[in-house]
Design a protein around this ligand. Sequence first.
Ligand code: ZN
Length: 357
Amino acid sequence: MRQRLDGIRRWLSRQWAVFKPWALRQLKLSGKWIAHIWKIYTNRDNRWLTVPCTAAALLVLLVIVKSSQGIAYNFTRECKVYKLGYPIEDARTLVTVLNDAQADSLIARQEYDTIAIPVIKARYFITDNFDRYLAFHKADTTGIALDHIIALVNIGADRDRETSAVPCDTTKGQLMLVNGRHYLDEHYKPHKLATFDKNYCYESQKAQRSVVDAFMTMQKACKKETGAQLMINSAYRSYNDQIGTYKRSKKGYAATAGHSEHQTGYAIDVTSRQHPMRWPFDKSEEGVWMREHCHEYGFILRYPKKQSQIFGFAYEPWHLRYVGIDVAKRSHGEDITFDEYYADDIDNNSPHAKTLN
Ligand SMILES: [Zn+2]
């Protein structure tokens, strides 16, 4: 090994011995040439040469800079995305919106994705979810609309419920999210619960103070408009209560313990004295009134009909969730579920979040 290294070293020094005088000669020669050109350039008699020579030198410099920029551009993410088939504007938008890792994985896939651009332009697009939107679209064979793909991914419907469930962030108060993926443990209980006036429920019911107050204001307005009296069917339910509710319920209409909003104290099931059964209440004048006006009192219809087709939650026209007037109005105005609102405004630091807090 050592002999071999010595051999290489000897060979290198022989080459250097030949190369060194040649390099020095070239250096001297070019020095001479530069000196010669400089002499002509600065000679008073050759003053007419100043302008064309300077222009020529600048031109050469510009060509060198431009061509090196062109070569460097080939190595940029923008160029690599462009080469996948995206128009240049779209390539630029993609690399601006996506983070480096996402752009790299888009490039690595070496294929043009038809929904990449519509996805990033969608209203509820969340950068972190980019790869998941594309994967969901690819796996879908039923032609789900893009907006629905965005909504489904944002609420985590593309993830396995069992393995991706996370504890509910109870610090969010009236905006805490409880659903199939976000759960409360058996010990969670609201700090203080207020009791509903017994004239408005069939058996004693409790909820958060803000919910009781908002319900009373809403039912007063409802009575004035429709003549009917809204009634609380069910409000706060503890973890253990929910175990019983789940066992008794029709499949799809009750959540498993820990996954029910009723445990937060912010959810109420409402019907009316005139229509105490849930489905006739849905069609009744007061039922329709409540769906159209509950947002004015800070409530949202948590499982609306339209969304049940996308998310697969059962339609529950009687189940209201208190989220406060600002959020309820936005959710109603934009026709989005609370899960979507949460993904867009609370989980994600989107600009929307700042407008409401
Ligand atoms: Zn309910």
